[in-house]
Design a protein around this ligand. Structure first.
Ligand SMILES: Nc1ncnc2c1ncn2[C@@H]1O[C@H](COP(=O)(O)OP(=O)(O)OP(=O)(O)O)[C@@H](O)[C@H]1O
Ligand SMILES: [Mg+2]
Length: 251
């Protein structure tokens, strides 16, 4: 089982879109996948068409030590979700527990999901306690970077956060980067791609995810791109990204 945190403290770079569509692409390739919402915004459930008024989930697990299995639901064949829950934001307010506060998620996941191939943690656009919990619990991070300069700056910040955490945990956190919202025709986007390749050799997935309107539309319909427009460039790109991940194909 591979536990991956989908992180970038910058908002709107495609974390949730990537979590949903990469997960479904992996499922369509025969893998068992669980997605877990670590973001109090709760967009993951909505994106997957689970629209019941905010279902409890990770909030109960992290705040009340509930059993994560009780909130693990099958949303598609082979695809499971643990929703965020309405109280998840309160985790950031936990004042007590010192450094142990950062290990709550890791402990809650321990021993579960061993039969899954991939577990993806959709993180909030922040760098607080929830994200620290996700980083501590993960084997590696998947960082969506949108094809603009600011996206690149955010990445440098994230790399430093991880370095500090690696020192604390006394282990490495592997990293892979996916270029999202990519405009092939824009010079800036091509420059960002070239810079990423230079700064992070062997860590950038070969496939960039293009900016396509179907990817923005499908979430509002509660469908993955494979259900909404399975012949679109968005579906092609996430299929290819899943292959990159399974085959270790980097730029
Ligand atoms: N490749 C793409 N092409 C077109 N639109 C996209 C693409 N990726 C994401 N979007 C759209 O951009 C917006 C932000 O994407 P998303 O919610 O996945 O980002 P996020 O990083 O999870 O945001 P947040 O930080 O708020 O959690 C959404 O409206 C989404 O539909
Ligand atoms: Mg999101």
């Amino acid at each position: 089982m591979q536990m991956m945190a989908v992180v970038n403290q910058k908002g709107g770079v495609g974390k949730t879109t990537t979590t949903v569509n990469l997960a479904h692409a992996l499922v369509l390739a025969g893998k068992k996948v669980t997605v877990i919402d670590i973001d109090p915004q709760g967009h993951l459930a909505v994106s997957l068409g689970v629209n019941d008024t905010p279902l409890p989930g990770m909030d109960e697990v992290l705040l009340s030590d509930a059993d994560i299995n009780d909130y693990w639901m099958e949303v598609r064949d082979g695809l499971h979700l643990v929703p965020a829950g309405p109280r998840l934001g309160d985790v950031e307010l936990l004042a007590q527990g010192g450094a142990a506060r950062g290990f709550k998620l890791r402990e809650a996941l321990n021993g579960y999901f061993d039969d899954q191939d991939f577990v993806l943690l959709d993180c909030p656009p922040a760098s607080g306690l929830l994200v620290v919990n996700a980083l501590v619990a993960s084997d590696e991070i998947l960082v969506p970077v949108s094809g603009d300069y600011l996206g690149l700056r955010g990445l440098v910040y994230l790399v430093n956060t991880c370095k500090r955490l690696e020192g604390l945990l006394k282990r490495g956190i592997a990293r892979s980067i996916v270029l999202t919202r990519y405009h092939q025709r824009r010079r800036l986007a091509r420059e960002v791609r070239a810079k990423l390749k230079n700064y992070f050799p062997g860590e950038v997935f070969a496939t960039p995810i293009r900016e396509v309107s179907a990817l923005a539309e499908c979430t509002s319909h509660g469908k993955t791109i494979f259900e909404y427009r399975r012949r679109s460039n968005g579906a092609l790109d996430y299929h290819a990204l899943a292959r990159d991940l399974m085959d270790g194909r980097m730029m």
